[in-house]
Write a protein that binds this ligand. Structure first.
Ligand code: SF4
Length: 231
């Protein structure tokens, strides 16, 4: 019997803090354009200066929900792709794996959902179920061992935000330290808060991708909706 079932058998309700659940198109990475239900969990210890979801930093943002209630909410849409995002969905307030994530992801897996987790990649918990670990490492907040474990255990994509967050030389150094990483898993993503910024910077980022054989990560949600949240 999975450990998350044992937990509920002892009647200890797992509570997760949920900022929003919404239906939209995946805007980034290998599943760009895929209709998906997004679950945004509250709380982030990292607090990047360029963050476009600051409203999710607070650990008390949104409402408290049990995993089963979250899944009921997801079920209102005729959609098989779920994206768990944040905040930082893998990392709890204590700096360890987030409480409740194993139960939520295992229940989603049991129901046949395709599950993407958007994370900075600082923590690894092999009990978490995931079909695509979408990792956007943050400078100054690296856990190389956790990154290696994530890459070894899950199907992954590595997304680096440029310019201004990462230098290409820094990315080279990090990737070299991770051992063999398939170039088709490495994406460069333009740093942009709105459509104008994205259009201004995207050619520069595309050229960097061509030079290194890495993939260009468009930001479809910014192109379509110009930085609005909840879409
Ligand atoms: S890790 Fe993500 S949610 Fe947290 S501050 Fe950085 S960009 Fe924002």
């Amino acid at each position: 019997m999975p450990n998350w079932v044992l937990r509920t058998a002892y009647h200890i309700p797992t509570i997760m803090q949920v900022v929003e659940v919404f239906y939209s198109l995946q805007g980034e990475g290998a599943l760009t354009g895929m209709p998906s239900v997004f679950v945004r969990l509250a709380g982030c210890l990292i607090r990047c200066p360029w963050c476009d979801t600051r409203y999710a930093w607070d650990w008390d943002a949104g409402v408290q929900m049990e995993p089963r209630a979250i899944i009921d909410l997801i079920g209102q849409w005729d959609c098989r792709h779920v994206v768990i995002t944040g905040g930082e969905p893998l990392l709890g307030q204590d700096g360890r794996a987030r409480e409740g994530l194993v139960e939520l992801t295992r229940r989603l897996e049991d129901r046949g959902y395709h599950l993407t987790i958007e994370t900075s990649g600082q923590v690894f918990d092999r009990a978490v179920a995931c079909d695509l670990m979408s990792i956007s490492p943050k400078p100054g907040h690296l856990n190389i061992d956790a990154l290696k474990d994530l890459l070894g255990h899950y199907r992954c994509q590595l997304k680096f935000i440029v310019p201004g967050v990462w230098d290409l030389d820094q990315i080279d150094g990090l990737v070299a330290g991770l051992g063999h990483v398939d170039r088709s898993m490495i994406w460069l993503m333009p740093l942009a808060r709105d459509r104008a910024e994205l259009l201004a910077i995207q050619d520069q980022v595309a050229q960097a991708c061509l030079q290194r054989g890495w993939r260009f990560c468009q930001r479809l949600h910014i192109l379509l909706w110009d930085g609005q949240t909840g879409r």
